[in-house]
Write a protein that binds this ligand. Structure first.
Ligand SMILES: *Cc1c(COP(=O)(O)O)cnc(C)c1O
Length: 408
């Protein structure tokens, strides 16, 4: 990766281990930013895709904004030294405490998702003597044509405010002295392979914005969310510059700041998961390669039946066999890949590709497995940006009941 041998990182840091390319992350972000240069815009990286501080820092230095969905992500972005006004706060379930923390920090905008949330945000802002900048996330009822778990812009999804109810809520929000109405937004899904759903959503949001202008409510920004897909296998989503270009074409000349919130398309293909083969075994007709990474490290195959390419770091000569690539966890759903033609020996190092997004961020400690180390490569150097967890950290917060007689 860049100028560093993955074998060397695996040797020094151990496996499993996530490795990210700084250049890859920066390149993806610049594709958006560059292609949007013709219009007022903000590219707010969706922190949930990969929330490592080093990733936030690298993007922050480029001038990125950040889309967060929790007080935890807020703290991360602030800890990375990013000014709070570059943060937008999304999510359907913001608690009072999260709203208060974000108000106190001074985030740039709240993307609110329901009538109750609008009232609660107004109350929290009034109580703390602040004004909350708000944008309503509407649900444009658009089929993003992606996996059902990651489509978010259909009427039946939990996200956003039904578009036909939005005008009434804008009127309520505009009447509240504790709220400053700034924008309109949506986020229709993830891993989208086409530009059309974005353009359909844009049309619906622009129509609503014009209707609101007629009501005397002027919006300064329009947020189209994230969701552009990446290539895992044979998908061919448009490059970010194509999406951005199509948006610029439609928005040029409009007095509007375009906000995008890409996550996956910034980091997804800038990372790999390194794992070593522990054992090869055969049960009946199936061959298994048991590796040292598992579903707790990379959940996407188990959760969405997602496909990640698996490549040997040093390919061997020989006749390939079909392997199930499985982890050590006690679940039959613990697989990273199925039926891959590979030439393997125990000890071989494998790179699971496209593991920069929704990978470490979704990892867990199931089976009391310490979470993997994370490394960022920068040119011909690498840096451990999260040390491997230690087992003792995993139960440090636990305790047992006080000693006493054994109940009869
Ligand atoms: C998850 C999410 C994103 C990022 O989605 P990607 O598919 O990773 O680009 C952006 N905005 C919101 C509100 C999200 O929930």
């Amino acid at each position: 990766m860049e100028g560093v041998e993955l074998e060397r990182i695996a040797h020094d840091v151990g496996t499993p281990c996530f490795v990210y390319s700084r250049a890859g992350i920066e390149h993806a972000w610049r594709q958006y930013d560059g292609a949007l240069a013709g219009i007022a815009h903000e590219v707010c990286y969706a922190v949930k895709a990969n929330s490592n501080l080093a990733v936030i820092d690298v993007l922050g230095r480029l001038g990125a904004g950040f889309d967060i969905v929790s007080a935890g992500e807020l703290e991360r972005v602030l800890a990375a030294g990013v000014p709070a006004e570059r943060i937008v706060f999304s999510g359907v379930g913001k608690s009072d405490a999260e709203m208060a923390a974000a108000l106190e920090a001074g985030v740039g905008c709240f993307n609110v998702e329901s009538a109750q949330e609008i009232r609660r945000l107004a109350a929290t802002a009034a109580r703390t003597g602040r004004t909350a900048p708000v944008s309503l996330r509407v649900n444009p009822d658009i089929d993003a044509l992606t996996h059902p778990y990651i489509t978010t812009g259909l009427r039946e999804n939990k996200f956003g405010i039904p578009i036909d109810e939005a005008r009434g809520l804008y009127a309520q929000a505009a009447a509240s002295p504790a709220l400053a109405v700034r924008g309109i937004g949506c986020h229709i899904g993830s891993q989208l392979a086409n530009i059309e759903p974005f353009l359909d959503a844009l049309e619906r949001l622009l129509a609503l914005r014009d209707a609101l202008a007629g009501d005397g409510i002027r919006l300064s920004h329009l947020n189209l969310g994230g969701g552009l897909g990446i290539r895992y296998r044979d998908e061919s989503p448009p490059p970010p510059a194509d999406l951005a270009g199509a948006l610029v074409e439609r928005l040029a000349g409009r007095d509007l700041v375009l906000v995008l919130e890409p996550g996956r398309s910034i980091v997804g293909n800038a990372g790999v998961l390194l794992t070593r083969v522990e054992y090869l075994k055969r049960n009946g007709e199936k061959r298994f390669a048991v590796v040292d990474a598992a579903m707790n490290d990379l959940l996407r195959p188990a959760l969405y039946d997602a496909w990640h390419d698996v490549v040997p770091v040093k390919p061997r000569a020989g006749a390939p066999e079909l392997y199930e690539i499985v982890g050590p966890i006690c679940e039959s759903g613990d697989f990273l890949a199925r039926a891959r033609a590979l030439v393997l020996e125990p000890g071989d190092l494998l790179a699971v590709q496209s593991a920069g997004a929704y990978a470490f961020a979704m990892s867990s400690n199931y089976n009391t497995r310490p979470r993997a180390a994370e490394v960022m490569v920068d040119g011909d150097r690498y840096h451990v940006v999260r040390r491997r967890e230690r087992v003792r950290d995993l139960f440090a917060g636990e305790s047992v009941l006080p000693a006493g007689p054994v109940p009869a």
